[in-house]
Design a protein around this ligand. Structure first.
Ligand code: PEP
Ligand code: MG
Length: 840
């Protein structure tokens, strides 16, 4: 299928060139040719041809060189996806002593020397693989410099610099073909998503020289900003230059448009500039993309060498896709498909400016995206004090506990030495939209002396300013230049299109009114998980909660619960009000009670004071509640069955709030969810009591209301027995955090210690707390869903673990027939887009 000369194809309007045979660059050049742009003559070598060259087959370079007459040529890589990279371009192939002499006459000394020097340098370093330090390009392309470089080449290789253009070309082709097949290059591109056997095509193109008589030079131009996506002419041009010199050499490079920064390409060559603008518009319309165009001017004549999709940040990607769809150039569906859902989180938070400096002192796990700078604090108290002073702070802890939530609320970022993707700090931070890095292994946190010692040995003390990059999982010394969040019109438009396409519900995990407002802002269709324990961690409530835990008699307990009731009721009234009739799914208390008690001496002393008890009593009670394995201990429904008054109080607060909210506004049908169920009888017991509370509230208030009781499937047994359980459950919500923990028998709080090692060794393909394990945990999900549905056709199925915001996990849930997913408020847009893409 090759053209008349075997091994390569000239790119013409009709040549058989495709992305998957000759690579993206070859295909794009063909498109430019079809659009009548002045592209110099170009040959394309297919993946197969390049592979054969790497294996030692001779390339037909005599024929290639002859087809160009006596012109110089360049070689550039053309992989299937331009993002997979490839070896760097090599220019001016064909330069030798003879051509140098002729070009000296034609273009002058300096130009001819520059052309030859560049080729020798590239050939020496990339083809002959000589030491780059010996072959630096001189500032002035003098004849002496040229002779020096030729001698250096000869000294290093014991051979004259190759003079035969066909031989030069075949050496270049072979070296590029082999570089692509080397291990490093393969690993690099696999990291970018390329398959192991990805092919490389090569492009041989006639040089438009960029140096010589008249206006000559090279440059790059684009018509949209790569960071913001806003329409803008951006690029550089450098007279008497080649390749990407204009971008790499500050000195002498011109901006493109005329403005107060000085002379421009627009002044220098208005014709070329007008044509470039026209080509930009044509490529936008016809290639349906914002392109970056590489061009050369030789003797006032414009040549288009190449065009690539502008490499862009997420916010630019959104604005460009939406603008193209609005202009009718692409469809809305295509605009949706062009955005990587995960990249959206970059728009929702501050980000470190990728072009700014970055002084990283510690690497960890990227637990919650966004970036923030502040002074180091080591305790929740210090964080609150800092907030009161109006000073931003970063809370640094070995790991966080529920006691730290108020500190996290007061901080602008969190850094912990321990923990993984579903550790306490990570889950809370994502809920709060707070940048967070966990599992910063090798970092020592000395709480007493208030210093941290980073893995690289640097020491930071309380009050020192650091920056957390929760997107990259890094901690940086000092402040950093930031980009603002970009929740602008383009973002909102994209989200609106996503909602129109999406056929699956997206709810938010929201515990507080603040969370609920964010959930509404991001258009969540309801709350899929309200973890009520988070309502008890405010200081005033915590004290009452602790009184309840310390109660010796049921009267004392009732008294404390009586104080908690109105607080809970108010919380729910507010939550229902914010959600305006949208479903709100409230989980009854889940954590083991010891989590509400102070773990350290100091806190226990304070508590003794508050409760007017001897410290020894407090310590004794804390010890009595201590469990060997609290995550498998007295928590969830087990607590609800052994201390039923707590769930009674919560049910009452929910129902009373339902009555109040329904009188104020839209009717509310609360959903109540029982955590950590493993036996159907647990559900029966709780249901009986909750029904009784509902009946009592209806009578007391003289107001009727509905509610729905459901079960969290978080234990393997609950998934297996989902058929029985569904008899008494209107919905099943899969808590995949606990379900993953229990399926693997692997602590979600401790797995961070070995997770990266496990992933590195390929034991797990991914952290299963981050990416749903579709084989094991997924099978339990499928079994639970099937058995639940079979027993009760209208049972609503959902997932509310951290996986609910993960595009791959959403795809799994959709194909398993789930009704909705629920995730942290800040991941709602990601989930909406991911679900929309599945439906398109
Ligand atoms: C879960 O286990 O998946 C869940 C949503 O509950 P939590 O994370 O609060 O244990
Ligand atoms: Mg759970």
């Amino acid at each position: 299928q090759q053209s008349n000369i075997p091994g390569f194809t000239e790119i013409t309007q009709t040549a058989p060139i495709a992305n998957n045979t000759h690579g993206g660059r070859a295909k794009c050049l063909q498109r430019l040719i079809r659009l009548d742009m002045p592209v110099p003559k170009t040959l394309a070598l297919s993946f197969d041809a390049v592979h054969a060259i790497a294996a030692g087959d001779p390339a037909n370079t005599d024929a290639m060189i002859n087809s160009f007459g006596d012109a110089l040529v360049s070689v550039r890589p053309s992989s299937e996806d331009p993002d997979w990279g490839g070896p760097g371009a090599i220019l001016n192939i064909g330069m030798n002593t003879q051509r140098h002499k002729e070009l000296t006459q034609e273009l002058g000394d300096a130009a001819a020397n520059a052309l030859y020097l560049r080729f020798i340098q590239a050939f020496a370093v990339h083809v002959a693989r000589l030491d780059p330090d010996m072959f630096e390009l001189p500032d002035n392309p003098t004849s002496e410099a040229l002779q020096d470089m030729l001698h250096a080449y000869q000294d290093e290789t014991d051979a004259e610099f190759p003079q035969d253009p066909a031989k030069q070309l075949s050496d270049v082709l072979r070296s590029m073909a082999r570089a692509w097949e080397g291990t490093t290059a393969r690993l690099l591109r696999q990291a970018k998503g390329a398959p192991a056997d990805a092919g490389l095509g090569l492009i041989v193109q006639q040089m438009a020289l960029g140096v010589g008589k008249g206006e000559c030079g090279s440059g790059v131009i684009q018509f949209a900003d790569d960071i913001t996506g806003l329409p803008r002419i951006k690029g550089r041009y450098l007279s008497q230059s080649q390749g990407r010199d204009a971008l790499t050499q500050e000195k002498g490079a011109l901006y493109l448009t005329h403005d107060d920064r000085g002379p421009s390409l627009e002044d220098l060559c208005p014709d070329c500039f007008a044509k470039l603008k026209q080509y930009g518009e044509i490529s936008r319309q016809r290639l349906r993309e914002e392109m970056q165009i590489e061009f050369t001017i030789s003797n006032n004549c414009l040549h288009i060498l190449d065009a690539v999709r502008i490499p862009r940040r997420a916010r630019a990607a959104v604005r460009i896709a939406v603008a193209l769809a609005k202009d009718g150039i692409i469809s809305r569906e295509e605009a949706l498909m062009r955005i990587e859902p995960r990249a959206l989180s970059e728009l929702l938070h501050h980000q470190i400016d990728p072009e700014g400096p970055r002084d990283v002192f510690q690497q960890g796990i990227a637990a919650s995206p966004g970036a923030a700078s502040g002074r180091i604090v080591f305790s929740a108290n210090a964080a609150q004090a800092s907030q009161a002073r109006g000073e931003d702070c970063i809370l640094v802890r070995r790991e966080t506990t529920p006691e730290d939530v108020r500190g996290m609320n007061a901080a602008v970022g969190v850094l912990t030495a321990k923990g993984g993707m579903t550790s306490h700090a990570a889950v809370i931070a994502r809920g709060l939209g707070l940048p967070c890095v966990v599992g910063a292994m090798g970092m020592e946190v000395d709480r007493r002396d208030k210093i941290i010692t980073a893995e690289d040995g640097r020491v930071f003390k309380e009050g020192d300013v650091i920056t957390i990059d929760g997107t990259a999982g890094q901690a940086l010394a000092g402040t950093a230049r930031m980009l603002e969040p970009a929740l602008d019109g383009a973002f909102r438009q994209l989200m609106e299109w996503a909602d129109q396409a999406c056929d699956m519900g997206i709810r938010a995990n929201a515990d507080t009114p603040a969370d609920a407002r964010i959930a509404r802002k991001f258009n969540a269709q309801g709350i899929g998980l309200c973890r009520t324990e988070h309502m008890f961690f405010e200081q005033e409530r915590l004290t009452v909660m602790r009184e309840m835990i310390f109660a010796d008699t049921s009267e004392d307990r009732a008294e404390a619960l009586g104080q908690l009731l109105p607080m809970q009721r108010e919380d729910f009234v507010e939550l229902f009000g914010i959600m305006q009739g949208k479903p709100v799914c409230i989980r009854l208390l889940d954590p083991p009670l010891h989590e509400f008690l102070p773990a350290h001496r100091e806190g226990q002393r304070e508590l003794a004071e508050a409760l007017d008890l001897p410290v020894s009593d407090v310590t004794r009670r804390v010890d009595a509640l201590r469990e060997y394995n609290p995550m498998l201990g007295m928590r969830g429904v087990r607590l609800g069955i052994t201390v039923p008054e707590i769930y009674d109080m919560q049910a009452r607060a929910i129902f009373e709030a339902t009555v109040i909210a329904s009188k104020n506004g839209a009717p509310v049908v609360p959903e109540i969810m029982i955590p950590l169920v493993s036996a159907t009888h647990e559900v029966d017991l709780v249901k009986t009591r909750v029904d009784a509370v509902a009946a009592a509230v209806r009578v007391e208030q003289g107001h009727d209301f509905d509610y729905r009781l459901g079960v969290m499937v978080e234990t393997p047994r609950a998934a297996l027995r989902a058929g029985d359980i569904a008899q008494n459950a209107a919905f099943l919500s899969f808590g995949t955090n606990d379900l993953t923990q229990m399926t693997y028998g692997m602590s979600r709080d401790d797995a961070g210690r070995f997770m990266s090692n496990y992933v590195q060794q390929g034991v797990f393909p991914e952290d299963p707390f981050h990416m749903l394990d579709t084989e094991g945990v997924g099978e339990l999900l499928t079994i639970g869903a099937e058995r639940g549905r079979a027993a009760r056709k209208d049972v609503v199925l959902s997932i509310c673990g951290e996986h609910g915001g993960n595009p791959e996990s959403i795809a799994f849930c959709r194909s398993a027939g789930f009704d909705y997913v629920s995730c942290s408020p800040y991941r709602v847009p990601v989930a909406r887009l991911a679900a929309a893409q599945l439906a398109v």
